[in-house]
Design a protein around this ligand. Structure first.
Ligand code: KG4
Ligand code: ZN
Length: 352
């Protein structure tokens, strides 16, 4: 089964082809970073317009790279949410129209399910069940994953997501968009002992997160230093203390989640899982308690089409698909998902 995946939920246009037996056949990504950089963040209207420009040429390129034609496709998976509504509608419209024209099923994929399954694109790969830490620009979630679509929410962020906290703190340190990777780069030059930031919500039981206070802590730390002394080293030291605090907090909560479930496998996914300090520390801590940490390759931590093609393939194989009138869901809780149903909701032909 050849499945075309289309990701367009935010500021990356991602397209990929996944085959259920051969694995990933080809993939392409167009990042809008340069487009949004001058505005210091994603401009939704510009994002939608650029997805329209890039999606079809990228689909053509990915098909050519795989040596396949449109007639070789057996299904189309596209991100239906959560994300920016206009951006989602581009991928959904293209995905559904293509599927209609080709008389093949189309499937609406949950963006976070894509992230959560991305480590399964690697070899070796973890088996179900596992605990997943989803850390992206919009989400910080700990999820007990018993199988495909069997997701129990263990903990969530009460305010800013981890990636959002990285981005906001980067901005107040004067770093360009996208802030997360820039802050991580600056933190490498920081003194690990100069400042100590709190580890929010680790002094009480539970698996909830709160990161907005760390951004304020960074702001106050900066303000406490006389303006004339605010040099690059100070910024690097603050970035380092901030990153350490986020990483420690995530590590502590993941250890708790593993203890609570009694499971040995931890999957890290979403943009922040590209963070080197996080990957290193989580690997060390898991080893100490006899657990294993799994990550996607770096390019599949952030948004991409491969994770959507893969998640879509698993569900399409199980016979799932929706009718042509299926909409996008800019807000879509992950635990609304269910394991694939025995047959398609509506057979593709019936929807035409
Ligand atoms: O998953 P993703 O590409 O998009 C969303 O679904 O949100 O995640 C993007 C987020 C951004 O907040 C970005 O700053 C953060 O992931 N990020 C990082 C790193 N790379 C990306 N945060 C910290 N360290 C990194 N190396
Ligand atoms: Zn994402």
């Amino acid at each position: 089964m050849n499945v075309l995946g289309i990701e367009s939920s935010c500021d990356e246009t991602g397209v990929a082809l996944y085959n259920d037996r051969a694995g990933l056949l080809a993939q392409g990504l167009y990042s809008q970073v340069r487009l949004h950089a001058e505005f210091g963040g994603v401009v939704p209207e510009l994002a939608s317009r650029d997805h329209i420009r890039k999606a079809l040429p990228l689909i053509r390129q990915v098909l050519a790279d795989a040596g396949l034609g449109l007639g070789d496709l057996d299904g189309i998976a596209y991100t239906a949410g959560p994300g920016l509504v206009g951006a989602l509608m581009v991928g959904a419209s293209i995905g559904r129209s293509l599927a209609w024209g080709l008389s093949i099923p189309a499937l609406a994929v949950h963006h976070m399910e894509g992230h959560l399954l991305a480590p399964l694109l690697e070899s070796p790969r973890p088996d179900f069940p596992f605990v997943a830490l989803l850390v992206s620009g919009g989400h910080t979630q700990l999820v007990a994953v018993a199988g495909l679509g069997q997701y129990r929410m263990l903990g969530n962020s009460l305010d800013d997501a981890a990636g959002e906290a990285f981005d906001k703190t980067a901005k107040l340190l004067g770093l360009p968009y996208p802030g997360g990777p820039e802050l991580a780069r600056l933190a490498q030059r920081g003194d690990t002992r100069r400042f100590r930031f709190p580890r929010p919500m680790t002094d009480r039981p539970g698996l909830e997160f709160s990161f907005s206070g760390l951004k304020t802590f960074a702001l106050n730390t900066l303000a406490d230093v006389p303006e004339a002394e605010r040099d690059d080293q100070l910024k690097a030291d603050i970035a380092c203390a901030f990153e350490q605090a986020v990483v420690d907090t995530l590590v502590i909560k993941c250890r708790r989640a593993l203890q609570q479930t009694g499971w040995q496998d931890l999957v890290l996914a979403g943009g922040v899982s590209a963070n080197q300090r996080l990957r290193q520390r989580m690997g060390q801590e898991c080893a100490k308690i006899g657990a294993r940490a799994w990550y996607p390759r770096l390019e599949f931590c952030t948004d991409n089409g491969a994770m959507i093609a893969f998640a879509g393939c698993l569900r399409l194989q199980a016979g799932e698909a929706q009718d042509l009138a299926y909409g996008v869901r800019p807000r879509w809780p992950l635990d609304d998902l269910a394991a694939p149903s025995a047959g398609p909701d509506v057979a593709p032909e019936a929807g035409m």
